[in-house]
Design a protein around this ligand. Structure first.
Ligand code: UDP
Length: 416
């Protein structure tokens, strides 16, 4: 492979994919649509730019999207920007503020943000026809780069239904510089953006990856047992970065309430510590403290056991998967668990209701009490939990698999 000078940016290497391998999980019709849409774009050069190659949903999506785009004739690359811890602290605060947290935007925070975006413009972006910039971290690069032949798209993955006005006002001029802006759903599309620039594209999960491919039950049992789970006893799991919006402390509280009725229940919490999320370690500690010395609470990180195969086995083998988010852009984990035919109990927030139909693939909840009641109900009625899991699987299959996402992206690029 020829070495490339990418300046401050890091080229992320990804694996290979073949569109044909999606035939069985996604169905032939979805693939024909992708082929049809790809044909006029053959040879187009597309760059995806974000802030981390590991941890979180964006990295998860790009790791599947890029290889598939390449397989259908698009010259797609993925690069990450350079940033340091103070920058990621500021951008995590922006992320939280955009999802509605209290925050006072200071001059120092603005400077930290712009001072890191600025050196990341030292790259020949015009080598690409299309540049898709993900989330707020690198958003200012477009306007700082100046005139460009390429078409630039800002892809916002977060819940913008009630953003902190100061932070949005600050970012808005940078977002204005883009040719198009993608949101996950209509509720997030900021009303002050020109409607003709706004596109709605929900994310998707990849049924062919180690995270989502089918695994033999015996292997799952082995993985769980090796991780310290008693596979004869009920298990409830949440897979999420340790982040206040994922409400890990609420999950511990739900578990405690369930445990009063079902003493043998166990809780697993799997949480990557992501490169661009410095808050993760603090939240992990707080959750650890809340769980105390209960031997039936199992917490895993990427230092212990939270790799794709392990996540797959836990999502597949749990009696119930919880996603107790209080804000959520989309929540890939909710789709992942349903894809594995596991019933899900999740917060009625952000992108979760669009993928988890209440009473069908699981339940939507608004509080710790409600969450505990629903989990208990499913533990006590495994037949119903199984039926819900199967309905969830069918729904995800028809709406939220990678070929649909790739088709939506191809439509967007063609329209530009
Ligand atoms: N994930 C993982 N290991 C973990 C925690 C999360 O592999 O310990 C993955 C998870 O399976 C999902 C992604 O990270 O694919 C998280 O995406 P989601 O949209 O749920 O949340 P985000 O982190 O983007 O807010």
């Amino acid at each position: 492979m020829v070495e490339r000078n990418t300046g401050p940016l890091q080229l992320v290497s990804v694996g290979n994919a073949s569109l044909d391998s999606y035939r069985k999980p996604a169905g032939g019709k979805a693939l024909e649509e992708v082929r049809r849409l790809a044909s006029p774009l053959e040879g187009a050069r597309v760059l995806h730019l974000n802030s981390t190659a590991y941890g979180g949903g964006v990295a998860e999506i790009l790791r599947s999207d890029i290889p598939l785009m390449r397989d259908i004739g698009i010259h797609a690359d993925w690069m990450t920007i350079a940033g340091d811890d103070p920058f990621f602290r500021v951008t995590k605060a922006f992320h939280n503020a955009l999802q509605g947290a209290e925050y006072h935007l200071t001059g120092a925070a603005k400077r930290a943000y712009l001072d890191t975006n600025s050196p990341n413009t030292a790259f020949s972006y015009d080598d690409y026809y299309y540049i898709i910039v993900h989330d707020p971290q690198p958003a200012a690069i477009r306007s700082m780069y100046g005139s460009s032949k390429a078409k630039w798209v800002w892809r916002c993955h977060i819940d913008l239904s009630d953003p902190n006005p100061q932070v949005w006002r600050f970012l808005r001029p940078y977002v204005d510089a883009y040719d198009a802006v993608i949101f996950t759903m209509a509720e997030y599309a900021m009303k002050d953006l020109p409607p003709e620039k706004v596109r709605l594209i929900p994310p998707a999960i990849d049924p062919t990856t180690p995270k989502n491919t089918s695994l033999p039950p015996k292997l799952c049992e082995n993985i769980l047992s090796f991780a310290g789970i008693d596979t004869r006893r009920p298990l409830v799991t949440q897979v999420s970065r340790f982040d206040p919006w994922k409400d890990p402390l609420g999950v511990v509280e739900v578990y405690r309430r369930v445990k009063r009725q079902v003493p043998e229940v166990q809780l697993a919490m799997l949480g990557h510590l992501a490169m661009d999320d410095p808050q993760g370690a603090e939240m992990y500690e707080a959750t650890r403290k809340a769980a105390g010395s209960d031997p039936d609470v199992h917490m895993y990180t990427n230092f212990t056991a939270a790799s794709s195969i392990e996540v797959n086995a836990f999502q597949r083998s749990s009696d119930v998967v919880i996603q107790k988010s209080i804000r959520e852009g989309f929540g890939l984990v909710v789709a992942e668990a349903q894809w594995k035919s596991t019933a899900v109990v999740a917060g009625r927030v952000g992108g979760i209701p669009m993928q988890l139909r209440d009473g069908s693939g699981g339940y939507l909840v608004d509080s710790v009490d409600e969450c505990a009641d629903r989990v208990l109900h499913l533990l006590e009625d495994p037949e119903q939990a199984k039926a819900m899991g199967e309905r969830g699987h069918r729904y995800i299959r028809s709406h939220y698999l990678t070929p649909r996402l790739v088709a939506d992206e191809l439509k967007l690029l063609s329209s530009l």
